[in-house]
Design a binder for this molecule. Structure first.
Ligand code: ZN
Ligand code: ZN
Length: 347
């Protein structure tokens, strides 16, 4: 088969690889769509302590089951599926309390095992037993389905931040994730969603995704606008999808007293960013973070996609053949569009 391996920093190699044999407790998937995640880009640029190169990355996967091991039940050849990212060990504390996405082993597709930028992927035993493999509706495309993983992370963030119908919510950053938050919040009944985004094309996307107010922070004072929109109180919830400690601190200012803040994007700096904890105390805030998503929310994400609760095609702005993966990474890094999807079966 063909696959694209990361062989070093900023080095992707389109190469011939052997399809690994499908073990008795494993499943082989023919990959039809794989999304490029912000984490794929970070690994591409900086490497990752969990990854030994060469490695095929990619964990936002949808495809068709082409082989199941002799002791696999519940799945068969021809099943159209989409996958979660985490490979829970099934036995640690977090796996026992249904939080497999926080498993102490920190194993994920595209990290310790080869991922989706390939024509085929073999799912290891632990993934088949404890990971999330969800069948998709006949009406759902593979491209839509591969959004289930990032969207499950969005649902996890929404659950933790506790946004409710009628709320005013500020979303910092209108990339694929930010726009998914905007669309989901509107679908769930947020009264007003205020998107804050520097780049003009993405401000346009934020508006199309359903944001009621779109702020350009380079020419406006974001805090003043949010104060004006909320009678001086501040937002009920603030969601920071951009990896910026400046914005994380700004969130502390624009949120109302007793409001809640979700920090979604890691800063990954050597020095921990400064954070004004007095604001948390005196404004009586709830500040939370999320990483990944538990299996129940991956199932829920597939339901949103199958039922078309929001327009998932909207988030896919670029598609590429497998041999164009390098170009796909550079396009994703250019931050013009939203989600870039690679289609490994496309000639
Ligand atoms: Zn992802
Ligand atoms: Zn575990």
């Amino acid at each position: 088969m063909h696959a694209v391996a990361l062989t070093g920093k900023q080095q992707l190699e389109y190469r011939e690889m052997i399809v690994p044999p499908c073990g008795a407790e494993e499943i082989t998937i023919k990959v039809y769509a794989v999304g490029i995640c912000g984490s794929d880009l970070r690994i591409f640029k900086q490497g990752d302590s969990r990854i030994d190169m060469p490695r095929v990355t990619g964990h936002e996967i949808a495809g068709e089951i082409v082989q199941t091991g002799s002791s696999v039940s519940g799945f068969q050849e021809g099943d159209r599926v989409t996958l979660g990212a985490h490979i829970p060990c099934g036995i640690c504390h977090y796996c026992q309390i249904n939080m497999g996405h926080q498993c102490v082993k920190k194993h994920s597709i595209g990290y310790q095992v080869d991922g989706g930028f390939a024509e085929y992927i073999v799912l290891p035993r632990e993934f088949v037993r404890f990971g999330s493999i969800q069948k998709i509706a006949g009406t759902t495309s593979f491209e839509q389905a591969c959004l289930s993983e990032p969207f499950s992370c969005v649902l996890s963030g929404l659950r933790e931040v506790g946004a409710r119908a009628g709320d005013t919510v500020v979303v910092y950053g209108a990339g694929a994730i930010g726009c998914m938050y905007i669309a989901a919040l509107k679908r769930l009944g947020a009264a007003r969603v205020i998107a804050v985004q520097r780049s003009a094309p993405r401000r346009q996307k934020a508006a199309e995704a359903g944001a009621d107010i779109v702020v350009d922070p380079s020419s406006n004072n974001t805090s003043d606008i949010i104060a004006g929109e909320t009678g001086g109180l501040g937002a009920d919830c603030v969601i920071v999808t951009a990896p910026s400690s400046g914005l994380q601190n700004e969130a502390l200012n624009v949120v109302k007293k007793t409001g809640s803040i979700l920090l979604f994007a890691g800063i990954k700096s050597d020095e921990p960013p400064p954070f004004d904890t007095d604001k948390i105390i005196y404004k009586q805030l709830r500040v939370t973070g999320t990483h990944g998503a538990p299996r129940d929310l991956h199932m829920e994400a597939v339901k949103w996609i199958d039922e078309g609760l929001i327009d998932f095609d909207f988030f896919i702005t670029h598609t590429f053949a497998l041999y164009e993966t390098d170009m796909a990474f550079h396009t994703a890094d250019g931050k013009e569009g939203l989600k870039c999807v690679v289609q490994p079966q496309k000639p």
